[in-house]
Design a protein around this ligand. Structure first.
Ligand code: ZN
Length: 323
């Protein structure tokens, strides 16, 4: 390493070796060593901070790639969520309504997961937030799908029963249109024909001559045919199943007895004016799950849209009922 250096001696006119003293030699070595270490450190520092290694470059690219994929994944999940929301509202508004099942409340459909922190193992990383958010969204999506698929299972079961339901549910007028004098009073607050006080009229009154045939409005079983209910006179109740009961009051004569199974359109009795009645008429009620509901919604079997409009107009007029 140490080169031999010469100098020109003008006295002897010859080149002579430069002799370094030991101390100088040591000093030079130390300086050289320090300079090497320093420049080495500088190179490492620069490389480390400003120049990426091929491995770093690969990792960085992978990370960017992963971020992009998470973004895409989130977008896809959002789309799936939108599609699912559409199915959910169709399920609630159409399928479940059509089959008379209660809609699934939003709180239940969109319920999250309580209790333990399911995402603890994902915490503490640079990208934890992103990964946890995506995992959460996926979990919620899965749960909603599960609830939705259970709901569709219900619907399938209901669809199997649908035919039975369709033939059981009250769907025609209890008095033939040809025999009907008029639909005289609807469901709602009406004047009581006897006391003249306002009273809830829980059915519809069809005025017809005494002896006009009355028909069962849906398949079912006669659960009452007697005159021991106050005010109704001779009356019939039919249990149609699925929560539906119909009531026919003020009859002059029965054509069925308690316990008889009837089909829609079967003749069950005749119009009269027994019980609390002002004139010959049929008082008709529809009960669903123990509550009287407006019968006007249960004639879709035999009313045209125009006839329905006409009936709706008459039925909504507040006047006196025939009771
Ligand atoms: Zn009435």
């Amino acid at each position: 390493m140490a080169k031999v250096k010469y100098y020109y001696d003008s006295d002897t006119l010859s080149y002579r070796k430069i002799k370094l003293r030991k101390r100088d030699k040591l000093k030079r070595s130390v300086i050289f060593f320090l300079a090497s270490v320093l420049s080495g450190a500088l190179i490492v520092f620069v490389m480390y901070h400003f120049v990426e290694s091929p491995k770093q470059k690969i990792l960085k690219r992978e990370l960017a790639n992963m971020n992009l994929h998470y973004d895409l994944l989130n977008k896809k999940m959002e789309q799936a969520q939108e599609v699912l929301s559409g199915i959910q509202s169709r399920d609630n508004d159409i399928y479940r309504t059509y089959f008379e099942a209660n809609p699934i409340p939003d709180e239940l459909r969109k319920a999250g997961f309580g209790g333990i922190n399911r995402y603890k193992s994902l915490e503490g990383f640079d990208n934890s937030e992103m990964i946890i958010a995506a995992s959460k969204q996926l979990d919620i999506l899965s749960k909603q799908l599960y609830i939705q698929s259970k709901s569709l299972d219900d619907i399938i079961e209901l669809a199997v029963d649908k035919e039975k339901l369709l033939s059981a549910i009250p769907a025609i007028q209890p008095v033939s249109k040809a025999d009907l004098t008029r639909m005289a009073s609807g469901y709602g607050w009406r004047l009581d024909p006897f006391t003249k006080a306002r009273k809830m009229h829980k059915g519809m009154d069809f005025t017809s001559p005494k002896g006009t045939p009355i028909y069962a409005t849906g398949n079912g079983k006669v659960i009452r045919a007697d005159n021991s209910a106050s005010g109704f006179g001779r009356h019939i109740r039919i249990d149609h199943g699925f929560g539906y009961i119909t009531l026919y009051a003020h009859l002059s004569k029965y054509n069925v007895r308690k316990g008889k199974k009837v089909k829609r359109g079967d003749l069950i009795g005749y119009v009269g004016s027994t019980g609390r009645s002002q004139a010959p008429h049929l008082h008709y009620e529809v009960h669903y799950n123990g509550r009287a509901v407006n019968p006007i919604n249960f004639y879709y079997g035999d009313l045209s849209p125009e006839e329905f409009q006409e009936m709706l107009k008459t039925a909504s007029q507040e006047g006196q009922s025939y009771d």
